[in-house]
Write a protein that binds this ligand. Structure first.
Ligand SMILES: [Zn+2]
Length: 364
């Protein structure tokens, strides 16, 4: 085997191969032949899946500077070196099915990266620097132990496909609704209790899979016209509950910023909310970001809300900050009932006023 490996690498060097296949080679260390002398300057794709590697060399980028794709699926890699960030041309990195517990912040330096696959590792969190990956289109972090996703993920403006099934996620950052290219969001088998009010507001988002989040009882009404997966959600309290009870269940886990839940009877929006809406309108029309306007005496939590409102009225698109007027549409009463038989989830329309609440219609 060793001789065959030497031969393969020798030929690749001699003939300046762009692709090198070292899958299923029983390797437990990175082959030194790849790192000797000037390395393999011409190599663009390196396939090393299903070996027994536990680490990567520090001088990887120095010796293989032109790597575009690196496949390390199914090894035993525990840690990746900070120098990984030097792979300036890398577009695809597959570290699925390894033993990673930590991901170094230097991953954020891979500015050409388009596809990052980290499923089936032992990650508990992702570094915020992942938000620096402006070219990233695919992020797969399924089957880890993540309890949250970094808020800064919304800076990955090219993201189209986000997969985070089988983790321990309690909520989806509402900032993700600002990812205007996101087409598919998959968060099945987590611990989600609610979804961001704006989820599905973007036309680009067409596929949302949140199956097997037993505590999830409400889906934003924007998802009514999308392809959704929600079997295994909201399974408790199935039999004939009063609709008031169903509504309060669907609202369990709402973000702390929701201070008031309005109803049809509440004709007047609270003063704090009106002030926030006015400030938002003012700042929204300014070209600069909030840090450039004169400081205003608002708590940081409200300043953050100004930048990322709770959501927008499902009826009239008005931004909302501290109050919502919810309206429930049990999924079993909609045309989708036949498709999603094994769930008691409801669609929730979040509105900005009692007027919008009264006039909202799921078909509208
Ligand atoms: Zn409204």
């Amino acid at each position: 085997m060793a001789t065959e490996l030497h031969e393969t690498i020798f030929v690749a060097k001699q003939e300046r191969h762009k692709n090198l296949f070292l899958n299923y080679k029983n390797l437990n260390i990175f082959p030194v032949e790849l790192l000797k002398d000037e390395g393999l300057l011409f190599l663009e794709r390196l396939y090393m899946k299903r070996n027994s590697l536990t680490s990567l060399p520090d001088n990887l980028a120095q010796k293989l500077p032109n790597l575009i794709e690196l496949y390390l699926h199914s090894n035993n890699i525990v840690i990746i070196p900070e120098a990984i960030g030097n792979l300036a041309r890398l577009q695809s990195l597959d570290l699925s099915d390894n033993a990673l517990q930590l991901l170094c912040p230097d991953i954020g330096r891979l500015r050409s990266l388009r596809h990052l696959r980290l499923s089936n590792n032992r990650l508990k969190y992702l570094p915020p620097e992942i938000g620096d990956l402006q070219e990233l289109e695919t992020l797969d972090v399924a089957m880890n132990q993540l309890v949250s996703l970094p808020d800064r993920l919304h800076r990955c403006v090219s993201l189209q496909n986000l997969t985070a099934d089988h983790n321990l996620l309690i909520h989806v950052p509402r900032q993700l609704c600002w990812l205007h290219r996101l087409n598919q969001l998959s968060m099945a088998a987590n611990r989600l209790t609610f979804l961001p009010l704006d989820l599905g507001r973007s036309r680009e988002l067409q596929f949302v899979f949140v199956d097997n989040n037993a505590e999830l009882k409400g889906l934003p009404s924007y998802l009514y016209n999308k392809v959704i997966g929600c079997s295994g959600c909201g399974l408790e309290g199935v039999a004939g509950e009063a609709s008031g009870e169903a509504l309060s269940e669907a609202l369990v886990g709402l973000p702390a910023e929701v201070k008031v839940i309005g109803s049809k009877a509440d004709g007047v929006v609270p003063l704090e909310e009106l002030a926030m809406r006015t400030l938002h309108r003012i700042y929204h029309h300014l070209p600069a970001d909030l840090s450039l306007v004169p400081p205003i005496t608002l708590p940081k939590s409200l300043l953050d809300l100004l930048q990322f409102p709770l959501g927008h009225c499902h009826r009239c698109s008005q931004a909302m900050f501290t109050i919502i007027y919810p309206k429930l549409f049990p999924l079993r009463d909609t045309a989708l009932a036949g498709v999603h038989r094994r769930t008691t989830v409801s669609f929730v329309a979040y509105c900005c006023s009692s007027r919008c609440l009264q006039t909202f219609d799921l078909q509208g």
